[in-house]
Structures are given as C-alpha cells and as structure tokens.
Design a protein around this ligand. Structure first.
Ligand code: GLA
Length: 408
C-alpha cells in the first residue's frame, strides 16, 4: 500500500466528505479497476493471468468514529448505508453496500479489530463492464478499514480477504485476479499472476516506445446475466479435471493448470462435449499467457497482438463466453492495420474488449470501430484510453500512525 499525492478529484471527494460529516477525512483509499490483457477464465483453474490496473478507480474517503458504527455514503448511487460493526447483516438483493459490509465482516471474522468509520465513496470504474469495479470497491474499503485501525495486512492477504468478502458475504463466485490487480498493479506494467502460488511479476509494457495505447471498448451491453454461466463454466472445468485426473493418473489436487496440450490431445476423447473444448481453452490460454510475457519481454508487440486474437477465438468457440456484440467489436478492430491485437476481456457475455492501438490512430479507432459499431447495433458503445497505474494507494494526513499487527 503506497501513499500518493492528492489530485483535484481527491480534493473534491474530501470536500464532499466534509460537507456530509462536518469534519475532514483522515485519508483517502484509492483502488483501481483492471483490464485483463490475457489469461481469461484461467484464475479459478489455478493458472496464469496478465491484468493491468487502470486509471479508473474507486476512492473511499474515511475518518474513524469513536463508536462501532459505520456510515457510508455512495456518491454514484446517491445512497447512505449504516450498520454496527458488532452486528453485520447482508442486505437483500444486489446492493453496493453489501461489498462494504462484506469487507468489514470478513476482516473481523479473521480476528482484526476494526474501528467505526464515516466514509464517502466515489468511483469511475464502469459498472458491470468486466473491468472489476467490485474488486476496486472491496479493496478501497479494505484499505480504509485497515488504515483507520492501523492494521498490518500483507498485500496477498488484502486480495484474498477482499475476494472472500465477494465469495462468502456478497455470494458472487469470482477468482483472485481482480483483487490481486487492484492491490498489486504497477504503473507502466502488466501483472503476471500465478493464481496457484499467488506469486506476481510486474512485466514492463513499454507501450509508448512502441507507440501503442491500451483502448478499452465497451459494447454497451452490461454483463448482467453472466453469474450463472460463470458458475457453470467453473463446474465444467472441475468435471473436466476429475475425468482427466483419472486417465492420466494425476496426483491429488490437480487443476487444469497442470494439464499440458499434449496430455489433452492424447486424452480429449475421454471428455464429453463441451468439456473437451472448455479444457482446451484453459490449457491453451495458459500457454498464451506465458508466450505473451515472453513476447512483451523481447518487445515483440506484434506476436503479443496475435496472441490476443487467438485468445478471443478460443473464448468464443471453445469456452463460449463471448457474445455477438463482443465478436463484432473485435472484428471491426481486426480490420484496422493500426490495431495490433484485440479480444474480449473479463468474464464475457457483454462488457468490454481490450485493444492495442497505435497512439496516433485513436481517433480513427473511434470512428471506424466505435461509430460503426454504434450505427450497426444502436447500442451506446464507449471507449476508454487507459494507463497502467499502481494498485491500492492511501492518501493520508501527515500524522498517519504506524501500522500494527492483527491481534495487538
Ligand atoms: C471475472 C472474475 C475473475 C476472472 C474473470 C474471467 O472477472 O471476477 O476472477 O475469473 O471473470 O477471467
């Protein structure tokens, strides 16, 4: 968790906090959304992912209270929630404040002693777009509770606790990629994550040197129906592993991450459709992530771009999580010479594509991809040119106290 200087947006948020609670915030916890460059639906198969933390963030302005109440206001939703730390219940339905409640409940559940908080939250990560706005919210809130109670929590644990809040309290199945990116993203870098060991490596992007930008294109379709299909894919992967583990006499604890393409082509006959295709996507996607990292290391952005197209095809045909809108967005991008690579990003079924676009061609991308898409579909497509930024940062007053361990 690094500290950073305040921007204008930070100061505006601090003013909103002061107007609402008639005092200054103690600090601002800022966590980014992410765009996944490659490695889709591999995290819950203990595989590899390569996300980038982006300059779209959720910020929580916070100050401790002397009682055990939490009062939290969302500027985006124009709503306040309040609850007691000693009695945290999940609210009915899919409401933003369950993420706040969930983080507090999980932190306390593992033994951290929290203080009551006043909070105002503001975010500009598009919601249900496949850009991990929930993880950004969880991680920002976690940073606020952690800082206010001066708790020492290791970055990996921050990510795991945030994920637990989503899995166990909110009740949404997700892997670890989004929370890891929100905590550990690095400016100018993509983050290679081994989702089994949770080891990370920041991979330099050097995009400017190659005259490239990361452009996220939103199809204008929210990925609302994706939860059940996401869980179904997870189950299909577990079933595929069970079958493969028997035929290749694997050790216990095996995941699709351990299966090579060679194993798979030798044994895919034992997998009924669609399990063979699901497994083929995951196995080949892990290979594409590792090849992408090699390509980035040697500055071979053209190979990297081809791997992005390969990933999209595999997600569309074998994993079946794309949509006609995502396919169209990728297809329009592919026709342009100034686009080096493109694919759907995130869970799928709507949301965004990620594109590597020549810097001087951003306007023609807008005209030829976004505008053409809009006129063909009548959907409100949008695009965001993104920078790779750092993960969780705290913007705090000069007198911020030092951290202490969980049970102190
Ligand atoms: C969602 C989940 C992630 C990951 C992606 C698919 O974003 O939150 O953990 O599984 O889908 O790669």
């Amino acid at each position: 968790m690094s500290t950073a200087a305040a921007t204008r947006r930070d100061r505006d948020l601090a003013h909103s906090f002061a107007r609402r609670f008639a005092r200054e915030p103690q600090g601002l916890a800022k966590a980014p959304g992410r765009v996944n460059l490659i490695g889709e639906h591999t995290d819950y198969n203990e595989g590899f992912v390569l996300p980038v933390a982006i300059d779209r963030t959720v910020i929580a302005a916070f100050a401790p209270r002397s009682d055990r109440q939490v009062r939290v206001y969302s500027l985006e939703f124009g709503e306040e929630d309040s609850f007691a730390l000693d009695d945290i219940e999940r609210l009915e339905g899919d409401v933003w404040s369950n993420y706040v409640r969930g983080v507090a409940a999980v932190l306390q559940g593992v033994g951290y002693r929290l203080t009551g908080l006043d909070m105002v939250i503001q975010g500009d990560v598009p919601i249900e777009a496949g850009l991990a706005s929930s993880a950004a919210l969880e991680v920002a809130v976690l940073g606020a509770f952690q800082h206010a109670a001066t708790l020492a929590i290791d970055p990996r644990d921050q990510a795991l606790l945030a994920q637990r809040a989503e899995n166990e309290f909110v009740g949404v199945g997700c892997g670890i990629m989004d929370q890891m990116a929100a905590v550990m993203g690095r400016r100018g870098h993509a983050l290679l994550i081994d989702c089994r060991s949770l080891e990370t490596e920041a991979v330099p992007l050097n995009l400017a040197a190659h005259d490239l930008k990361i452009v996220v294109a939103h199809t204008g379709v929210r990925r609302a129906l994706s939860d059940s299909a996401y869980n179904q894919r997870r189950q299909e992967c577990s079933r595929a592993v069970q079958v493969l583990a028997q035929v290749i006499a694997a050790r216990p604890g095996v995941a699709l991450r351990d299966i090579t393409s060679k194993d798979l082509s030798a044994h895919q006959g034992s997998l009924p459709d669609p399990l063979a295709r699901r497994a083929r996507h995951v196995v080949s996607e892990n290979e594409r992530v590792l090849k992408s990292v090699e390509a980035l290391r040697r500055g071979d952005l053209l190979t990297f771009g081809q791997l992005l197209y390969g990933s999209h095809q595999s997600l569309a045909r074998d994993y079946e999580v794309s949509s006609p809108e995502l396919d169209l967005m990728v297809e329009l991008a592919r026709r342009l010479e100034v686009v080096v690579g493109a694919r759907m990003t995130g869970a799928g079924f709507g949301g965004c594509t990620v594109n590597l676009v020549r810097q001087e061609a951003i306007d023609s991308f807008r005209e030829q991809v976004i505008e053409t898409y809009r006129s063909r579909t009548s959907l409100p497509a949008e695009m965001y040119v993104c920078e790779a930024v750092d993960g969780l940062r705290i913007i705090a007053g000069a007198n911020a106290p030092a951290s202490r361990s969980p049970q102190d």
